[in-house]
Ligand binder design. Sequence first.
Ligand code: KG4
Ligand code: ZN
Length: 347
Amino acid sequence: MIVLGIESSCDETGVGLVSEGVLLGDALSSSMDAHARFGGVVPEVAARAHLEAIVPVLHQALDNAKLQLSDVDAVAVTAGPGLSTAVQVGLASAKALAFALGKPLYGVHHLAGHAAVDVLEHGPLPSRCVALVVSGGHTSLLLLGDLGRDPIVHLGDTIDDAAGEAFDKVARVLSLGYPGGPSIDKAARDGDPRAIQFPRALSRPSDPAYGFSFSGVKTAVARWVEARVDAGGEVPVADVAASFQEAVADVLTRKAVAACREHGVDTLLVVGGVAANTRVRALAEERCAAAGIELRVPPIRLCTDNGAMIAAVGDLLVRAGAPASGLDLGADPSAPLTGALLAGPWR
Ligand code: KG4
Ligand code: ZN
């Protein structure tokens, strides 16, 4: 079975082809540069870019995989969460393909795709694992069973900003480029992570053990920079970036390892755009090694949004015998993460 996956929930148009956990080929087009001058993704600009990119990206992915459309056995697509107009483009394209090819359509949850993509690099997931999902819009600690079959259990979520969102906002405060994550990561290389002690929210024993909050650290950075500017001093951008990155990586990895310990799980999966962060990866590695936990993090290219991840989760659903979605499937911009498959209106 060859599964075609389509991703269009934010500013990346991605198409991937996966069969039995193996990536056959993929292609990606990003409209990131078009959003940079606005300091964030503009939904209409993203949707227009998806429209222009979807057919060329589809052909490129097929070429890379040395396949033809007629080889495709199933079509998976991000049905949510994401920017409504952006999701609609991928969804309409996927429906058209499924209809024209006479193949089943699977509407999937974008975040399940982030988790599933690791299968392409490191093989099948264990029967149980803890997943730390850290993206631009979400930050969650999850307990995963069989991703294609089982409901997803939330151990904790962010109560305000997502980790990636905090990176993007702090980058703006430091006048670094958009998207913020990669530019803070780069700036932090020359900085001292111990220069400034930024707050680690929700870290007291009375706080929710697996809840996150990144609004406070973002505000603390803004206040610190403001105070420095008011005092006529220069802002040590590298030190601020490194100290902020350290605060975020510290909280994320400490809570993730604690969740593994408490739930008797010996594998931690770290996924989503922020899993591309150098310090998050290094600290997770260090702490997992110390705790005897196996760490799985996808290669950087597959951490940020792409089509391979949607094909990967579609492939898990197909192999699990999940029911196909109807062609009346609608986009669900704020879909809660309860499972890999997004139920259609018939349920
Ligand atoms: O998963 P993703 O590509 O899209 C969403 O589903 O949101 O994540 C995008 C987020 C952005 O906030 C971006 O700044 C962040 O991931 N990001 C990073 C890095 N690369 C991307 N954050 C920290 N360090 C990075 N190297
Ligand atoms: Zn994403």
